[in-house]
Write a protein that binds this ligand. Structure first.
Ligand code: ADP
Ligand code: ZN
Ligand code: ZN
Length: 670
């Protein structure tokens, strides 16, 4: 009697296990094909991860698979291994990892219609390939020397120092060797620009972009082109780290410090960390580039695990902008701005240059309040204030999106004299338009640039010099050159200096450095003015000296002393339920389970530290009340081993239907 082959299948269900199916027609080499199987009362598409002769399930319980989908090349073994690693590392069901890694169309078992390959691309021009300057050449040759070896590099250089040029050279030689290159960038909004530059540089290469903004079929087509080896370069946001690339020879992660590389929902993976893992798996070099590297990456560059490559100067313009603090302690601000800021803007207006005022808070004012009874506009569903949006006469919660009209009087006491307190970009826009009636003022934030088309229009207006004063959130800070921009003013930055989140200073430094880098990129020298009550703060002093290294080393010393990452590894168990008590109670039980586990396993006890469950800082979101439990360890393998056992215990527990929980490994947000 011959046994019927059994397919072990990863299915997109929230259970940390695989599913076995019988399949007469299966070959051993069907691993990596998708398969259609019966599931519950319906059907599902999964990925075959093994073809075996035996199952843990009793044979009579196994159902037959419906169809092995062999219409696309098999997903390669290294892709399966990457997903498996990701599932293990983030304690997430493998089927869900694969569901995220596959484009939606392929996940549904469909295939895109084939398109005729266009042979010529419009707009492609052979652009000059600059000769690398000295430091770039050193960086490039060092990367070259690592060909075929696992070696992470940190390419550290300010905006405009020529990092992209180094990436392009490294990609060029990878292509010349017949390899594929993968380049990750933080934002969808930035890909078209970079895509243009890459396409112009490699007119005969097949370039595929991969991000969630693409139409289903386009994304699936790109994935397939990468998979069958016909794509040479894959350029995309975090999810592109999961693109199968049989000839992959080089990975580049631009702006590696950017928080958008970490997914904040579902599978909470870091694409940057997965990219490093992937490079290791394939024995290839990976280049992480940034002007303000994450402290994790900086730490590795200091301890020698990553090789540090430095570009000290701008590639074209001669000097970085001058950075100055304006001390506002002894001055009465006018509508939130100090006299020196008004003067600086005036000077730019007179010279026909552009100014950018950076305020990382959109809306008109963060809250509406009644001075007589103390009422404030809070969201009914979140532990947050409703933000005043005067532009469309609404109040809006920035966390859940719910809206209401602006009341004419205090809902509690009837007082008609209620005020918006504090300021956001809309209010700043109003202030500047009043103060400089002759100036063309433009606000760029997620409200004004709420579609890719809008965003392009706004950028075009800036480039066409149709704008004198720009007001922007961090949206404007990334990746755009404005040749006429010579002043960047930062207001409201101080809040991040003393924030409860230990990563806030790191983010502030990166933001200010990045937004400052927008100025003076052409022949005109740039100036950055920071309005602050703490002009002597070491963070600002380091910024004034353009000294990331000093800032980073100080931060690392503080983190080491406080026992924070990168000196320790963290995982956060979060729970949410209609009542905070339910969440806390679940976490208390989870903590007990963890304690028991540790008691039974003395080898782990000394390495793993459990904190107490606490309500989250924003403890209510969309009517769900949230709490968290932090687990820490200085020993990564110990933490991983503990988490695996702990999760098995938690998955086995029954929880009430209205409670949800998840684990966040290496959390960025608390
Ligand atoms: P980064 O990626 O660090 O911001 P880029 O690589 O984009 O820097 O370089 C900034 C500008 O300088 C670009 O316009 C680029 O074309 C130019 N550039 C870079 N390297 C050179 C070089 N070696 N010679 C001439 N121009 C260069
Ligand atoms: Zn009132
Ligand atoms: Zn809300």
């Amino acid at each position: 009697m011959t046994t019927i082959p059994i397919l072990r299948v990863a299915l997109d269900v929230p259970l940390p296990r695989l599913f076995d199916y019988l399949c007469d027609a299966a070959h051993e080499d069907d691993v990596g094909h998708r398969v259609r199987v019966p599931f519950g009362r319906g059907e599902k598409i999964g990925v075959i991860v093994a073809v075996t002769g035996a199952s843990d399930q009793p044979a009579e319980k196994l159902k037959p698979a419906l169809e092995v989908l062999r219409d696309m090349p098999r997903l390669p073994m290294d892709w399966l291994a990457l997903c498996e690693f990701c599932a293990r590392y983030y304690q997430h069901p493998l089927g869900e990892v694969m569901a995220l890694a596959l484009p939606p169309m392929l996940r549904r078992g469909k295939s895109p219609r084939k398109l005729k390959d266009k042979l010529t691309r419009e707009g492609d021009v052979d652009v000059a390939r600059p000769t690398l300057h000295n430091e770039q050449q050193v960086a490039f040759s060092t990367i070259e020397a690592a060909t075929g070896k696992f070696q992470p590099f940190l390419l550290h250089g300010i905006t405009g120092s020529g990092k992209t040029e180094v990436y392009l050279h490294a990609i060029e030689s990878a292509l010349a060797r017949g390899q594929q290159a993968l380049m990750l960038v933080p934002e969808i909004a930035l890909t078209p620009q970079l895509e243009g530059r890459v396409a112009a540089r490699f007119p005969s290469a097949k370039i595929v972009s991969a991000h969630s903004g693409l139409a289903d079929a386009a994304r699936a087509r790109g994935f397939l082109a990468a998979l069958d080896g016909s794509a040479d370069i894959v350029l995309g946001t975090r999810l592109s780290v999961f693109t199968p690339l049989p000839r992959l020879g080089l990975i580049v992660v631009d702006e590696e410090h950017d928080a958008s590389f970490k997914q904040q929902e579902g599978l909470r993976y870091s694409a940057r960390d997965m990219a490093v893992l992937r490079a290791k798996q394939l024995d290839i070099p990976i280049v992480l580039g940034s002007a303000t590297p994450s402290l994790e990456t900086w730490f590795h560059a200091q301890n020698g695990r990553y090789a540090l490559l430095t570009l000290t100067n701008r590639a074209v313009a001669d000097a970085p902008p001058t950075v100055r603090c304006i001390d506002t302690r002894r001055e009465k601000l006018q509508d939130g701005l100090c006299g020196a800021m008004f003067t600086a803007i005036e000077t730019r207006l007179a010279r026909g240059e552009q100014s950018l005022i950076f305020l990382n808070r959109r809306g008109y004012a963060p809250v509406l309040a009644c001075p007589s009874c103390g009422w404030v506009s809070t969201c009914k569903r979140c532990a947050a204030n409703m933000v005043v949006h005067l532009a469309d006469r609404r109040m809006r919660c920035h966390h859940c999106g719910c809206e209401s009209h602006i009341p004419a009087a205090c809902p509690d006491c009837g007082n008609q004299d209620i005020h918006p307190f504090g300021r956001g970009t809309q209010r700043l826009e109003e202030t500047l338009a009043q103060r400089f009636p002759q100036a063309r003022v433009l606000r760029v934030d997620r409200d004004s640039a709420n579609s890719p088309t809008k965003w392009k229009e706004l950028l075009a207006a800036v480039h066409a010099n149709e704008v004198d004063i720009l007001i922007g959130t961090q949206m404007l800070a990334k990746g755009h050159d404005f040749p006429k921009l010579t002043l960047v003013g930062a207001i409201g930055a101080d809040a991040a200096l003393f924030a409860a989140d230990f990563r806030a200073p790191e983010r502030l430094f990166a933001q200010l450095m990045q937004v400052g880098g927008r100025s003076g990129r052409a022949k005109l020298p740039g100036e950055v003015l920071i309005q602050t009550e703490y002009p002597d703060h070491p963070l600002y002093e380091a910024l004034i000296d353009h000294d990331f290294n000093r800032f980073a080393d100080t931060q690392l010393a503080e983190r080491e002393q406080a026992g924070f990452p990168p000196y320790t590894f963290q995982a956060l168990l979060r729970a949410e339920a209609p009542q905070i008590d339910q969440s806390l109670e679940f976490l208390a039980r989870a903590r007990n389970a963890a304690s028991t586990l540790l008691e039974e396993n003395p080898a782990l006890t000394e390495h793993v530290f459990l904190y107490d469950p606490v309500p989250m800082r924003m403890f209510r979101l969309m009517s769900l009340e949230r709490a968290q439990l932090l687990v820490e360890s200085a020993n990564r393998p110990a933490l991983q081993s503990f988490l695996t056992q702990w999760m098995a215990a938690l998955y086995a527990q029954k929880t009430s239907r209205d409670l949800r929980w998840h684990l966040d490994v290496d959390p960025l947000e608390f």
